[in-house]
Design a protein around this ligand. Structure first.
Ligand code: HEC
Ligand code: HEC
Length: 202
């Protein structure tokens, strides 16, 4: 404890960044190469990870480590884009438990910024009605309430949401049990309407 305090004191007086913090910053720089500055995505197929509840983020990274969720190969979109393409499963495989905890805590403290994207107003209206009858119980405030610990839907990238529904429906990503009942009752058009509803939250 004393040593740690001394180190922080030294770091503050000499302007050396404290070790743990520097590590997380370096990791986040890698993540942001795809997820965008401060974890706010500029790409439709990549989710914004800023503001995702800490518990959900930790859980997601362990699920990727277990390869229990599909992880498509992705190119880097920002910074050094010559880095080889990789997948979330490979990214998560390189993380320690401490890294996962630190990353989830750091991103959950950053503001979720809703994406500016085009949507179809009629589909969004149909999606709103579906959301209110089937999803609002667990995803309140149009899926923008981090306290639900059910990730963030309103203002999330539409391409990512569309892909997510596809992997839920083909069974390759596991769903919370009670959510599956609701999703299974929906048609492909219904799901597309939900994508437009969440995209309309800006
Ligand atoms: C090469 C690009 C790339 C890098 C680097 C990357 N990601 Fe991802 N990430 C993606 C893509 C694409 C998806 C969505 C598709 C998928 O699941 O494969 C995703 C999905 C996620 C999700 C799921 C979000 C949700 O709402 O369920 C989390 C969490 C995540 N990434 C965190 C991270 C963290 C933390 C890092 C850095 C340690 C990171 N990512 C690095 C491309 C990347
Ligand atoms: C019984 C509670 C419950 C209901 C009802 C429910 N969800 Fe969920 N949903 C969750 C939880 C918890 C998570 C986060 C855990 C996970 O990713 O497995 C989640 C995750 C999601 C995700 C993934 C988010 C991401 O970032 O990858 C989507 C999309 C989603 N829900 C859409 C819906 C839609 C649409 C409905 C209504 C048709 C719905 N959910 C109904 C609890 C629920």
């Amino acid at each position: 404890m004393k040593r740690q305090f001394y180190f922080i004191f030294l770091a503050l007086t000499l302007g050396i960044p404290a070790l743990a913090v520097a590590d997380v910053d370096a990791l986040m720089e890698g993540c942001n190469g795809c997820h965008g500055d401060n974890g706010v995505s500029q790409s439709s197929d990549v989710p914004t990870i800023a503001g995702i509840p800490e518990f959900v983020h930790v859980d997601a990274l362990y699920i990727y480590q277990d390869e229990a969720r599909p992880c498509a190969e992705s190119k880097y979109r920002h910074g050094d884009t010559s880095r080889p393409a990789t997948t979330m499963c490979a990214v998560a495989a390189d993380l320690s438990e401490d890294d996962i905890d630190a990353l989830a805590a750091a991103y959950s403290a950053l503001p979720f910024v809703k994406a500016t994207q085009e949507f179809d107003a009629a589909k969004a209206a149909a999606g709103k009605a579906l959301h209110e009858s089937s999803c609002d119980r667990c995803h309140s405030e149009a899926g923008t309430n981090p306290e639900d610990e059910a990730s963030m839907l309103g203002g999330q990238q539409m391409g990512y949401l569309r892909n997510t529904f596809a992997v839920y429906m083909d069974g390759s990503r596991e769903q919370p049990g009670k959510m599956k009942e609701k999703l299974d009752a929906l048609s492909a058009d219904d799901l597309e309407s939900l994508v437009h509803f969440y995209g309309s939250i800006q």
